[in-house]
Design a protein around this ligand. Structure first.
Ligand code: KG4
Ligand code: ZN
Length: 335
């Protein structure tokens, strides 16, 4: 079954066509129009600008997705769209566009949760992967540990209480003079630094829960940098990157170990923009080896926001009967 899918929850407009079912999990096309160059000027995503940029990009991107896939609207079985969580104005662009296309062509419309979509990127990359498993999703807006019992049965068992992991990377990157979003640049510069050079605190944990908080760690980095600035001393940027990254990775590994103890699952699935981090990927690889579990991560091309992941999850939502009425709405936070 071909799924036409749309993603517009933040600063990437994305449209994809995927083929799912009957042993297939294929990406026929996956077009992403990034707005990063626009938002960079402001040091972060400006919601109204994001909505307007989605509005300008979405029609052309859809034409490109069909051309690249070499299929037509009549071949499509369902239309999937991210409707939560995200920037509300941005989500509404994708939801209304998808609604129009679905209604005009008599196709079922399937709402998809963005975080579920990130996890589903792994179905496209690992054809054999099936629930149940424990998932870790870390992006610019979300950091959650999820007990995935079935394709559409999710329980969040841990989450950040403040900044998302990607947000913490981006804020530290900004302090170091990198442009938004600085996660990938931090990743690269950390390779040149000493992870043991500065003892930053771990991300905070909360006894009896699997929650974590990056704000104390972020403040420790801010204080460290300000202190050196006040003394007129140079900032060892690579060491800051490496030491901050070590603190983030260690905290995540610790929480995930506890989560795996709790769920008893032997599969760990990782997703979201931050899962592109090479140091985190290595640390999680070590964790999986130590525990003798299987680790699934998307290729770098499917870590960040994309339409294919929404199509993949959309297929399972469709199978579960989660088809929307014409009044489908978007929601900034998960209901
Ligand atoms: O999943 P995503 O594309 O969008 C959201 O749903 O938020 O994630 C974007 C986030 C940004 O914060 C970005 O800096 C971060 O993922 N990111 C990284 C890396 N690549 C992207 N963070 C750390 N290391 C990376 N290599
Ligand atoms: Zn995302």
């Amino acid at each position: 079954m071909l799924i036409l899918s749309f993603e517009s929850s933040c600063d990437e407009t994305a449209c994809a066509i995927v083929e799912m079912g009957e042993g297939k999990r294929e990406i026929l096309s996956d077009k992403v129009a990034s707005q990063i160059s626009i938002h960079k000027l402001y040091g972060g995503v400006v919601p109204e600008i994001a909505s307007r940029a989605h509005t300008e990009a979405i029609s052309g991107l859809t034409r490109e997705a069909f051309a690249e896939a070499g299929v037509g609207m009549s071949d499509v079985g369902a239309v999937a769209v991210t409707n939560e969580p995200g920037l509300i104005g941005a989500l509404l662009v994708g939801v209304n566009f998808a609604k129009g296309i679905a209604a005009a062509n008599g196709k079922p419309l399937v709402p998809v949760n963005h975080i579920r979509g990130h996890i589903a990127a792994n179905y496209l990359a690992h054809k054999e992967l099936e629930p149940p498993f424990t998932a870790f999703v870390a992006s610019g807006g979300h950091t959650s540990i999820i007990d995935v019992r079935d394709y559409t049965d999710f329980r969040t068992i841990g989450a950040t209480r403040d900044d998302a992991a990607g947000e913490a990377f981006d804020k530290v990157a900004r302090l170091l003079g990198m442009s938004y979003p600085g996660g990938a640049e931090m990743d690269a510069l950390a390779n040149n630094g000493d992870p043991e050079a500065i003892r930053f605190p771990s991300a905070a944990s909360f006894p009896g829960t699997l929650d974590l908080s990056f704000s104390g760690l972020k403040t420790a980095v801010i204080n460290y940098i300000h202190n050196l600035e006040q003394k007129g001393e140079p900032i060892p940027r690579a060491d800051v990157c490496a030491s901050f990254t070590r603190a983030v990775c260690e905290s995540i590994v610790k929480r995930l170990s506890e989560a795996l103890d709790l769920t008893g699952k032997d599969k760990l699935v990782v997703a979201g923009g931050v899962s592109a981090n090479s140091h985190l990927r290595r640390a999680l690889g070590d964790l999986a080896k130590k525990r003798g579990i299987s680790l699934y991560m998307p290729p770098l091309s499917l870590c960040g926001d994309n339409g294919a992941m929404i199509g993949a999850q959309g297929y399972y939502e469709y199978l579960a009967g989660n088809v929307a009425e014409s009044g489908l709405n978007a929601f900034a936070t998960k209901r």
